[in-house]
Design a binder for this molecule. Structure first.
Ligand code: AN7
Length: 360
């Protein structure tokens, strides 16, 4: 039996991995919602779907406090903003960063403004930003326009940018890689994740490398990042002016951490490829039906990529593969409803009617 006292209090990722947070001022008041310690869930049915022969674990970041991986970086950014005495925190966002910033700013008692591409934010994320009390600015433009403006606004005194161009965001997010290694007792052979602004692939690679440098792990994974075909600047080697994809989270044409992503891929002998919206939507359904995990469309990009690579024989037999599912499916109920247009059966309340309808 597992002793019940393993249900001890979790302090959040900064406190738990404090020795890897050299930037964190001693005595700083940490702004946390106890993010992190997310489940690493085996996915045998997805492996079977991919043809078998390897092990797959899904890092389910949807169960973070605001239901995405952004909380790992936001605890760091908001802790720093508070320590510096910032007056206003701002971010550009495709949705999840704004939800996370709004929540952590509220907790820190800081004013928060979010710049969002008008009409392109999934419903749940917008509901979060509103509920947590952010000041919302909807721009006639895309994420890349918003980030350009945020860079400019960030030069004003008292303004703290909490996008991943803020280096401590990456420091917080690297804890995802630490947790994977801590749970598995080793580094995976491959790590898969979606790529938008490319902060997370940069962060995971840093995390895997730091554990390796400290001798906690003895190997490094190959980093495999996936962009959506209509928003694949890194794959195409040029910024995309009008990025398009159903996966609005990664609808980004000029990623801030472009060089971090290419370094991760080069150093790890990994890859960044693109998958079509059709492949994304197919994988989106599979993750939910085969593994019981409801994620937002962006998370399906690396799953689609893994299925394709496995079927091409590019995942060697016996490999240990991990994949980050970055955000919750409930954030984007519109896409879920559009993808499952099955009318409910409306019946009279009788057992016979139900059995007949089920053909059981
Ligand atoms: C679910 O919220 O850029 O490559 O502004 O929400 O580190 O940018 C979100 C990105 C993947 C891509 N999965 O991560 C934002 C934002 C989900 C996301 C990404 C995002 P990065």
């Amino acid at each position: 039996m597992i002793p019940r006292n393993t249900l001890s209090a979790w302090p959040g990722v900064l406190e738990f991995y404090r020795e890897y947070m050299s930037w964190l001022p001693a005595g700083a008041q940490i702004v946390t919602l106890q993010e992190g310690k997310t489940p690493l869930i085996p996915a045998p049915r997805l492996v079977a779907e991919a043809g078998g022969g390897f092990e797959l674990y899904l890092k389910y970041e949807a169960v973070n406090p605001t239901a995405s991986f952004k909380d790992r970086g936001m605890t760091a950014a908001m802790t720093q903003a508070l320590a510096r005495g910032s007056k206003l925190v701002i971010c550009a966002s495709t949705g999840n960063t704004s939800a996370s910033a709004a929540a952590y700013a509220g907790r820190a008692g800081l004013r928060c403004a979010v710049l969002l591409p008008h009409g392109k934010i999934a419903l749940g994320k917008l509901a979060q930003a509103r509920m947590y009390g952010a000041e919302i600015i909807a721009l006639r433009g895309n994420f890349d326009d918003a980030l350009r403006l945020v860079r400019e606004l960030g030069t004003r005194p008292g303004v703290e940018v909490v996008n991943s161009i803020n280096p401590v965001r990456i420091e917080g997010q690297k804890t995802g890689a630490f947790e994977i290694c801590d749970v598995l007792g080793r580094a995976p052979d491959f790590h898969f994740l979606p790529v938008g602004n490319a902060g997370n692939i940069t962060a995971y690679w840093r995390g895997f490398r730091e554990y390796h440098q400290h001798g906690i792990t003895t190997s490094l994974p190959r980093m495999c990042g996936f962009q959506a075909a209509g928003s694949a600047p890194i794959v195409e080697g040029r910024p995309i002016l009008d990025p398009q994809t159903i996966a609005t989270a990664i609808r980004i044409g000029n990623p801030a951490s472009w060089s971090g992503a290419t370094t991760a891929v080069e150093e790890s002998q990994g890859l960044i490829e693109s998958v079509t919206d059709d492949e994304i939507l197919h994988a989106y359904g599979l993750i939910a039906r085969l593994e019981g995990l409801f994620v937002e469309p962006a998370c399906a990009a690396p799953v689609a990529g893994l299925l394709r690579m496995a079927r091409k024989g590019l995942i060697p037999k016996g490999s240990l593969v991990t994949l980050t599912l970055t955000g919750h499916g409930l954030k984007d109920p519109d896409t879920a409803m559009d993808q499952t247009k099955v009318d409910a059966k409306v019946l009279d309340p009788h057992v016979d009617a139900i059995l007949e309808s089920l053909g059981f």
